[in-house]
Every structure is written in structure tokens, then in C-alpha cells.
Design a protein around this ligand. Structure first.
Ligand code: BEZ
Length: 256
């Protein structure tokens, strides 16, 4: 059922987007978001569910997650330069995400028609020939932007009165639908796709092998034995390890 605040109170209004981009098909929705009803998402929170239109059809987000890892990321607006490079980079990296059992899904507050037009541009200039394979949510109602707090202070103040440009949020969500990582970048700074993959590798290794990863870790490098593991158990589990301090022990990276 569509919540009351998302029911359109007037005929659709076709507008230009927040960056005066040339093609926009977002509908204006009259919303009634209340700050006190905004979910507080922390690491370990269940990812809020929603139903939405996307470039690959309607989804229920929890059904979309299914038994997979998911990267949900928002971008400020269609037909903007930084976003074009980001979405192209993620499209090129699709095989890497698939190998790790991760589904990607993007979002902005424009409509499906605008997203689909923009995808043609992205494929033309930013994917090195790769097909754009993941869905983009058309969050014209701003429900997802509100629930996941994907907005600036100023846009949050205006969220009930017009279109907002979402910030560059990244949520990594695990198959239990728990939020495992939250990153938020400002509109002017493109994200680092390699960092998103690095965190997924670190989280999946931590889950499967009970280790932690040090600063700037990347796949194959030594890992940290958590302080909760005794030396005796560490020896049994990991074999040799270095004890720099009683609380800082490193060992070769286990194979995932
Ligand atoms: C961009 O994606 O290019 C962009 C979006 C908002 C502000 C600045 C740049």
C-alpha cells in the first residue's frame, strides 16, 4: 500500500532537475515526512524496506536483497558529470561484484524515463563498452532518500517542498539485511569504487574467518586476530602469528 504522504495531491508536474539538467521526468509529490519518524540507521540496523520503481521494474527492497549482499548507492541527479563517471565505473565492475555475490542498485530522485535516457549516455561515454546491468531506483517520492537520510541538512529542511538532490551515500547490506557499512560523500566528490570492493572483501573475510583487517588492508595481506581470541585458540585456528602487543597480533590472510 502506498503511504498517505506519497499520494499525489495534484496532476503530475514535469520539472527540470536540481541541476537544471535537460531531460527530467520526475513527478512532484506532496510529501509529509516528519523528522521524528525518520529511521535511525546504524551499522547492524535492519535495512529499511521500501517498494520503488526502478529501471528494471518495480521492486520490494527486501525481496531484491534476497540472500545476497547489496550495495545501495545514491547520486545527486541524472545527467551530471561526476555521477556519470561513478555509475559507469560501477557498471564496468559488475563482474567483480557478481563474483562476491553482491547486487548493486543506484538511486536518484528522478524518474525511470530520465534514468533510462541517462543510461544511454553512460554506456556511450563511461563504461568502456560494458552494458549497464544494474537497476537505478526512481525515488521521485523521496521515500528512500528520507528513510536512508541521503540528503544534506538544507535538502532535509526542504524535503517536503520540492525535489531534492541526494548526496553520494553508500550502504553495504548483508544477506541478513543488516547494514554493514555506511559512507557519505558530498556531491562534489566522486566515490572510490575500489574502496567499496575492498570493504566487501574485508567484511566477507571477517565473517567467514573471524579476523579483522588493519589500515589500508587489501586482499592477500596479513590480517589481525581479534583480542577476543586467546593465544591458544589463535594457534589452533591460524597457526603461526606475530604478537606485537598482547592486543595486536597479526597472521597470514586465511584463504576465503
Ligand atoms: C555531478 O555529479 O557532477 C555533480 C552533482 C552535484 C554537484 C556537483 C557535481
Amino acid at each position: 500500500m502506498i503511504p498517505r504522504q506519497f499520494i499525489r495531491a495534484s496532476a503530475p508536474v514535469f520539472r527540470r532537475n536540481a541541476f537544471n539538467a535537460p531531460r527530467v521526468s520526475a513527478l512532484r509529490f506532496y510529501s509529509n515526512f516528519k523528522a521524528e519518524e525518520q529511521p535511525r540507521i546504524r551499522i547492524g540496523s535492519t535495512a529499511p524496506n521500501f517498494q520503488a520503481d526502478t529501471t528494471q521494474g518495480k521492486i520490494d527492497f527486501h525481496e531484491f536483497i534476497g540472500n545476497n549482499w547489496v550495495v545501495l548507492f545514491s547520486h545527486p541527479a541524472d545527467f551530471t558529470p561526476v555521477c556519470t563517471t561513478e555509475l559507469g565505473a560501477f557498471a564496468k565492475l559488475a563482474p567483480e561484484f557478481k563474483e562476491r555475490g553482491v547486487k548493486m542498485i543506484g538511486l536518484s530522485t528522478e524518474g525511470v524515463e530520465s534514468h533510462n535516457d541517462w543510461i544511454k549516455d553512460i554506456e556511450e561515454v563511461a563504461t568502456d563498452g560494458a552494458k549497464f546491468g544494474y537497476p537505478i531506483i526512481a525515488d521521485a517520492s523521496k521515500e528512500v532518500a528520507f528513510k536512508y537520510d541521503m540528503v544534506t541538512e538544507e535538502d532535509f529542511a526542504n524535503i517536503n517542498s520540492g525535489m531534492v538532490a541526494t548526496v553520494r551515500s553508500v550502504f553495504i547490506i548483508d544477506p541478513a539485511k543488516k547494514v554493514r557499512l555506511i559512507m557519505t560523500y558530498p556531491a562534489s566528490t566522486g566515490r572510490n569504487s575500489a574502496e567499496v570492493l575492498r570493504v566487501i572483501d574485508a567484511l566477507q573475510l571477517a565473517d567467514s574467518k573471524g579476523i579483522a583487517t588493519p589500515i589500508d588492508w587489501s586482499v592477500g595481506e596479513d590480517v589481525i586476530i581479534p583480542p577476543s581470541v586467546s593465544n591458544e585458540d589463535a594457534k589452533a585456528k591460524f597457526g603461526e602469528f606475530n604478537e606485537l602487543k598482547s592486543y595486536l597480533r597479526t597472521t597470514k590472510s586465511p584463504i576465503d
